[in-house]
Design a protein around this ligand. Structure first.
Ligand code: C2E
Ligand code: MG
Ligand code: MG
Length: 726
């Protein structure tokens, strides 16, 4: 688009010639014959350049010039004055009125055109500069950047507009005599307590002619302190050797807050606010390095609440979470107290060292990790651990419920047990696992032997799916003998794992592993199906009513597919439900009583019967016997074992039998190995006996032979009775 020139002169000839010359270089010319006309045309056309005569009727050139400088678009438009005289006074008067340049009359038109072009170009350059300053200003505002520049030689200090604004002042010329004065001029942008540091950094940069970079606080507008990243450099003019230093202040407060939120989310457990595994792992390397350097020990303890799942099951997850938070608080409290104990005890009795529990992390669920970094001796870890366990022993209140919790802990030591973070974690877990197996509510130091056990456990866990697939399992059957008739009335199905590499693995070893990894469910279904098929086959070949008992583990019992699996096993084998008994343990009755009752009732509705296995080893609450639909009670082997030399065991067995009978329950004694035991039980009307006295668990063909043998024996007895034998 062409630039517009407003040409003002009362002489039409000059206007004509000037307009002609200007149009020749593609300028659009608007003409006015005096100042008044010029003002109204100016408003309408907003020209890029005004060329005006000085002497005109009505409003002369000076008045026009002054008036233009007062109206919005007129402040920065270039004005070229055509003066009649070239005296210094005339020129000064023109500039005083606000002119940008002047040209003498009579006019040299080609020169007038060049002048006009020059003015227009510099106006464009100025406009571009202005725009770029605006952009810079906007960019600085967006980037929260402020800029200053100081000339060492003159002392002149320039501050960017944002700096002035944030300091709450109007821009004015500033001078600073040295770095300290410069820092003072930056006012609250550098908090008073950081000014000395700032002056030192600037002086240092000037001395080395180098970049500088440091972080400090700013205390602006009574706001909370803001964090500023301050960077800059020293500029040396290669010609004059003059030195300037400039700085850029970047407000990073919001960025740091965002970063710290992200850090918190990544490194803290949201439920308890405690550091999480991630954080612990990141920092452990550092602690190990320090411990290594200082030749110190360090202990990691894995903490797990005992039977926490029961709380979630019975009170719900919200209450469970509330409890976890309280546990975290208690543990934190124990941590803090330990610092205090540490100090006092070190003064009083340096030999009994109570180490600081300096790190507590929550790994989620009911699992915590405690780190003890100031161990004098390895055994000192136990002191701190016991205190944490003690801290949890006071009952917790959730709603109006009082809850008693215990915790198990496993400790592994650096450098005694582990040299690196991963192994430290692994070993404390292994030790924890042992503490749980030893009966919970205790702590356990890691031992090398546990690792071998853990490896074995892992190998078994890996072998289980293969065993299922490659049919390495077998079901053995142990006869249950009727005490009165001496004849087999049923059998217990007991699983066997013939592992090709290692031989027989006892069920006590692999059932808990299958239980933990969930494989017990498919394995259990297989046992059910196999036992039902086999029993149905024996029913048909022997024409005898033999009841088979199949063990159910906790996980199997809680599995939603249990009922269907039982129905399927019965349906597919054709076994009558009355010929199937399911053995459960007391621990099943203890958890979630309502649900247990529902499942038991549903099983009973199918027509199968229920036996309570290992009675006497768990809580052995007699109220279970009335509350749950149980048909048979199996007295645990541990009582039978001591029957003949411990009067207490004898009294208990006698009591259990009497009670069971009064409740209409069938009683079976397990683990009967001696005739004297059999006699004791028979005299007290125990209904059935199972044990090595008669037979160990037998493979299916062995059990078939057992039945055949019994048939022959009884056949002979029948015959001899008929024949009148004594
Ligand atoms: P349980 O159900 O109490 O089974 C009785 C255990 O006592 C069997 O051990 C049996 O062999 C053993 N036993 C029987 N009579 C005597 C005796 O006179 N003396 C001695 N010392 N022991 C005797 P087993 O077969 O090793 O099974 C151990 C446990 O493993 C079982 O205890 C049961 O809890 C579990 N189990 C076995 N098979 C299965 C199964 O198929 N499913 C499930 N869920 N658990 C099973
Ligand atoms: Mg059993
Ligand atoms: Mg048992």
């Amino acid at each position: 688009m062409n630039s517009v020139v407003l040409l003002v002169d009362d002489d039409p000839t000059i206007r004509l010639l000037a307009a002609e010359a200007l149009s020749g270089v593609e300028l659009a010319v608007v003409e006015a014959e005096d100042g008044n006309a010029a003002l109204s045309l100016f408003d309408r056309h907003q020209p890029d350049l005004v060329i005006s005569d000085v002497q005109m009727p009505h409003t002369d050139g000076h008045v026009l010039c002054r008036t233009l400088r007062l109206i919005p678009h007129g402040t920065d438009v270039p004005i070229l004055m055509m003066t009649g005289s070239e005296t210094p006074e005339a020129i000064d008067a023109a500039f005083a009125a606000g002119a940008t340049d002047f040209i003498a009359k009579p006019l040299n038109y080609p020169i007038l055109v060049r002048r006009a072009q020059l003015l227009l170009r510099s106006r464009q350059a100025l406009a571009a500069l202005h725009r770029s300053r605006l952009h810079l200003d906007r960019a600085q505002r967006i980037g929260k950047l402020a800029y200053w520049e100081w000339s060492v030689d003159s002392g002149d200090l320039y501050l960017s507009d944002i700096l002035w604004e944030r300091l709450g002042n109007e821009p004015k010329p500033l001078v600073a005599s040295d770095e300290a004065a410069l820092v003072t001029q930056l006012g609250q942008f550098i908090a008073p307590y950081h000014r000395e540091l700032a002056a030192l950094r600037l002086a240092d940069a000037l001395r080395r002619r180098s970049r500088f970079e440091f972080r400090h606080d700013a205390l602006l507008d009574d706001q909370p302190s803001r964090t500023i990243d301050h960077v800059g450099e020293v500029l040396v003019n290669p010609l004059t050797k003059q030195i300037r230093i400039c700085g850029l202040l970047h407000d990073v407060t919001d960025q740091l807050e965002r970063e710290s939120t992200i850090f918190r989310l990544a490194n803290n457990d949201p439920l308890t606010g405690l550091p999480n595994r991630n954080y612990l792992k990141d920092h452990l390397e550092h602690y190990l390095a320090t411990a290594r350097r200082q030749n110190r020990s360090l202990a990691m303890a894995a903490l797990n609440l005992d039977h926490f799942q029961r709380i979630n099951d019975s009170l719900g997850y919200t209450a469970g979470n509330a409890l976890i938070r309280q546990v975290a608080d208690r543990l934190c409290e124990a941590v803090r107290r330990s610092d205090w104990v540490l100090r006092i005890e070190q003064q009083l009795a340096p030999e009994s060292h109570d180490p600081a529990i300096d790190h507590l992390a929550h790994l989620g669920g009911d699992a915590f990790v405690v780190l003890l970094t100031e161990l004098e001796r390895d055994q000192d870890a136990a002191v701190a651990i016991q205190r944490m366990q003690e801290a949890l022993r006071q009952p917790f209140a959730v709603g109006d419920q009082q809850i008693v919790l215990t915790a198990s802990m496993g400790i592994s030591l650096f450098p005694a047990d582990a040299q690196d973070v991963e192994t430290l974690f692994e070993h404390s877990d292994t030790a924890l696992h042992h503490a749980k197996q030893q009966g919970r509510d205790r702590y356990q130091y890691y031992a090398e032997s546990m690792n071998a056990q853990a490896r074995e456990r892992l190998a078994l866990e890996a072998g289980l799916p293969i065993a299922l697939e490659q049919r390495q399992f077998q079901v053995h059957y142990q006869p249950k003998v009727d005490t009165q008739t001496g004849r087999t009335m049923g059998m217990e199905a007991l699983i066997r794992w013939l592992k090709p590499e290692t031989g027989m693995v006892p069920p006590n070893v692999f059932i808990p592993i299958a239980e933990r990894c969930g494989l017990i469910v498919p394995i259990g279904e297989w046992i059910l199906a196999t036992a039902c098929h086999q029993s149905q086959a024996w029913q048909q070949t022997t024409q005898r009513d033999l009841k088979v008992a199949v063990n159910l583990s906790v996980r199997q019992f809680r599995d939603p597919g249990l009922l269907e699996a039982v129905e399927r096993a019965l349906g597919e084998s054709g076994l009558h439900p009355a010929s199937l008994e399911l053995e459960i343990t007391e621990s099943i009755l203890m958890e979630d009583a309502t649900r247990t009752q529902e499942i038991l009732r549903a099983l009973k509705q199918l027509g199968v019967s229920i036996a309570l296995d290992d009675f006497g080893t768990g809580y052995s609450s007699l109220s279970y016997l009335t509350r749950f639909p149980i048909d048979t009670l199996k007295i645990d082997r541990s009582f039978i074992l001591h029957l003949n030399h411990d009067t207490r065991s004898a009294a208990i067995v006698e009591g259990i039998i009497q009670l069971s009978h009064s409740l209409g329950l069938h009683v079976v004694a397990e683990g009967v190995e001696h005739e004297a035991e059999r006699q004791f039980l028979a005299e007290r009307n125990c209904n059935a006996i199972q044990g090595y006295l008669f037979s160990p668990p037998l493979p299916a063909d062995g059990f078939t032979s057992w039945l055949d043998e019994e048939n022959r024996r009884c056949g002979r007895q029948e015959t001899s009775k008929r024949d009148g034998d004594p």
